[in-house]
Design a protein around this ligand. Sequence first.
Ligand code: DGY
Length: 328
Amino acid sequence: MPPGRPKVTVTRKLPDSVEQRLSALFDTVLNETDKPMSAAQLIEAARVSDVLAPTLGDRLDAAFFEAAGDRLKLIANFGAGIDHIDIDAAIAHGVTVTNTPSVLAEDAADMAMALILAVPRRLVEGVRALEDGKFSGWSPTWMLGRRVRGKKLGIIGLGRVGQAIARRARAFGIEIHYHNRSPINPHVEGELEATYWESLDQMLARMDIVSVNCPHTPATYHLLSRRRLELLHSDAYIVNISRGEIIDEAALADMIAAGKLGGAGLDVFELEPRPNEKLMDAPNVVLLPHMASATIESRIEMGERVIINIKMFADGHKPPDRIIPGLE
Ligand code: DGY
């Protein structure tokens, strides 16, 4: 990158304070309208920028890097997930990629916990019943949900967000189980009293609630396939705040419709922004519009990480949140 103020193109509207700081530090092009950029606009922006600050939804695939030209040196992603970026293609074209991990973990975990409570306790169904005038007074047998205390929570991907969920769930008396490629640090495992399952299949068959918290990669696409979903017991609940592609959503919808699962709480969808129609109609499913990390605090901190990554890179250092292939 040439010395001086790097040219930074930001693909979506960011909080005002973040945009002001970006503009003060760099030669920044903002997207005031927040209209997502087309593939051609992304390439055009990349060709005249040293740094692109995209978000999820901006598809930066091999064709993008092929066409992006030589000037682009850094992709400073606004967000933790990087499944919209072809990391191998970026590296092959000499482009460094960074993301914004950690800062959104606690807020995302709050939302996962909200879903872990909302689905078994029928929170949204209750709100709808009241709004629809269906509440005619308390009854001993009306709106009965399932107790969460004492239940087994199986976390797929006990990373930053998974651990933050585990801490919250423990406070509700929920047992923590997890599946990762390998066990986590034994001190953290001990603190969470978490049980490691090397076999995802074996864990799924024994859980009451499953929370999806691994990243979406080619290896985790449809990790919860129809076959695996069928391993769950018929009262089990699924929560997903990670990426929709990790669950075979059509299979999940079929199973919910057939009464083969207790319910689901989903913040993300396989074909975002549209959830599977069958899920929209199911009473025991809570659907949210990809908002698990949507707090103003988290968005500002994400913006700060983007700025730190660009500044460090522009100053000739390795940015702190750079993606290392194989460890993403
Ligand atoms: C991310 O950062 O990837 C999240 O999905 C945004 O909420």
